[in-house]
Write a protein that binds this ligand. Structure first.
Ligand SMILES: Cc1cc2nc3c(=O)[nH]c(=O)nc-3n(C[C@H](O)[C@H](O)[C@H](O)COP(=O)(O)OP(=O)(O)OC[C@H]3O[C@@H](n4cnc5c(N)ncnc54)[C@H](O)[C@@H]3O)c2cc1C
Length: 473
């Protein structure tokens, strides 16, 4: 389509239309997303930076009449799927308002907001909902795929707290979706929510945050050569029965501020006294004969939420891939095999990897995540003890070898955990084939999602990367 043909769309908008003709603005819009490597690979037709719901309806109706595919992205724009070749990108970056009703304990979140926008408003009332564990990640993308955060062991995935959506359908209608109005679509939205329309607002049930939002958190670190011993102790510690779900202990391989490879336990302890939270951390810090550095302290939850932001700046080159794993914690062979895999891949990290942005993460995903049955929402990644992820950043924009080696490192790490693989989380799967997509959703879930897609977007107008697999069958 010629760019001139889009000009009649511009005259109906209150927001901004950016076409390829406007080279400078188009380039800036294209490179605005978080992952520079992915931004450079896609050439959309145009961007519509909408001012509100009406602009979304106008753009959807226009694109439908011209048979132009649509993608959507928010302020976060972290995923590879917010843009597609020759699609119009509806950009919600200006729709970031978050309103909290403290009496009803509900949040009304405009779909362009990022996690930090949400935490900022909910914390004012000592209330909380799950957002991503990097605060500049979009709330929408995280929530539409399921949404796991630092406190999911206590509060479950985001989708378990969603009570409703406002969305614009492929027909350009503005509808409310919730359990009473359309239970089947409500089920599908909670796990595969980017497929059926454009969400304009989320309504979330909030939870009380004890101690005015102060928790015990931040890493306890050891030199990397202690990883074998410390990770084994950590796996034994998280297997203890009767642990409170308000205690989450994550494990990470990362680099110290001086650039040395280290490993760490990251505690997130909610609702304890300062003395009892510290006592738990004292116990952890004794692993491996004693920690190198202790950063654990009484901190606002929102500070923890933003603590990783600088490790993942906008405009870098990144790849990540993860898998949910399970094992019998009493099976020492299984535990050793997981620990050995982690230690091996950390030691084989490509030498060009950006130290600040390269991690192996092992996150606890049991507890409240597993309480809702897998069929209760379309979010299916509820089984498994740990969410294991490799994340890597590389420096050189034009070095195809660095890109390939980075991807390979993540892929190999996930493949090596194959014997323990139980499920894959859509938002972290980077599925590149139908077979991989099938690993995300159980057969029955996939069938229900396909018929929802057929009903709500039969022409696959919302052409959103990974999600198009389900549409094409
Ligand atoms: C640094 C980093 C940290 C992360 N941490 C976590 C984490 O802690 N927990 C977790 O669960 N995941 C995490 N993820 C994965 C994350 O959930 C996905 O990358 C997610 O897609 C990012 O959402 P976004 O809104 O930033 O991206 P976007 O690219 O804006 O959107 C993601 C997808 O949702 C669609 N979409 C966006 N807005 C709408 C809308 N309003 N209506 C319909 N569709 C829409 C887009 O088209 C796209 O397909 C992380 C990712 C990164 C890169």
């Amino acid at each position: 389509m010629a760019d001139q043909e889009l000009t009649d769309l511009a005259s109906s908008l209150r927001g901004e239309l950016i076409t390829r003709d406007n080279e400078e603005a188009f380039r800036a819009a294209r490179l605005r997303g978080w992952n520079s490597d992915l931004n450079r690979r896609v050439k959309p037709l145009a961007f519509v930076v909408v001012s509100g719901v009406r602009d979304i309806v106008t753009t959807v109706n226009y694109c439908r009449s011209k048979n132009i595919p649509i993608t959507v992205r928010g302020k976060g724009a972290h995923s590879p799927y917010g843009m597609a070749d020759d699609a119009v990108v509806i950009d919600l970056m200006q729709m970031t308002a978050v309103r909290v009703d403290p009496e009803k304990k509900l949040a009304y979140i405009q779909a362009g907001a990022n996690g930090g926008d949400v935490d900022h408003e909910t914390a004012l009332h000592n209330l909380v909902c799950i957002t991503g564990s990097v605060s500049h990640t979009g709330f929408a993308g995280v929530a539409l795929g399921g949404g796991l955060g630092h406190l999911s062991r206590w509060l479950g995935p985001v989708v378990d707290s969603i009570v409703g959506y406002e969305m614009v359908t492929a027909k350009g209608e503005v509808v409310r979706v919730d359990e009473s109005r359309d239970p089947e679509l409500f089920w599908g939205m909670r796990g595969n929510g980017a497929s059926f329309g454009i969400v304009t607002e989320f309504v979330l049930r909030l939870h009380d945050m004890p101690n005015e939002g102060i928790i015990r958190c931040a890493p306890i670190l050891w030199a990397a050569d202690k990883a074998q011993e410390v990770m084994t102790s950590w796996m034994s510690r998280i297997a203890q029965p009767d642990r409170k779900e308000t205690e989450t202990l994550q494990f990470a391989f990362m680099h110290s501020p001086d650039g040395d490879p280290v490993c760490g336990v990251v505690p997130l302890i909610v609702g304890e006294t300062e003395a009892s939270g510290k006592a738990t951390c004292d116990e952890l810090a004794a692993f491996g004969g004693g920690a190198l550095v202790r950063q654990d302290a009484q901190l606002p939850y929102t500070a923890m939420q933003a603590a990783l932001d600088e490790c993942f700046p906008f405009g870098g080159n990144y790849w990540d891939k993860g898998v949910f794993i399970d094992y019998d914690p009493n099976d020492t062979t299984a535990v050793s095999s997981i620990v050995d895999t982690a230690v091996k891949y950390w030691s084989q990290m490509p030498d060009f990897a950006l130290k600040l942005s390269t991690f192996l993460l092992f996150l606890e995903v049991s507890g409240a995540v597993a309480r809702t049955p897998s069929s209760g929402t379309s979010f299916s990644a509820r089984t498994g003890r740990l969410w294991a992820t490799a994340l890597i950043g590389w420096p050189d924009d034009d070095d195809a070898k660095q890109r390939a080696a980075s991807k390979q490192w993540c892929d190999d790490f996930v493949a090596a955990l194959g014997p323990f693989h139980v499920t894959t989380y859509l938002n972290n799967a980077m599925p590149e084939s139908e077979a991989e997509m099938r690993g995300v959703f159980p057969e029955e879930t996939l069938k229900r999602l396909q018929s929802l897609k057929q009903k709500h977007d039969p022409d696959n107008m919302f052409k959103m990367g990974a999600w198009q697999y389900e549409a094409n069958k």
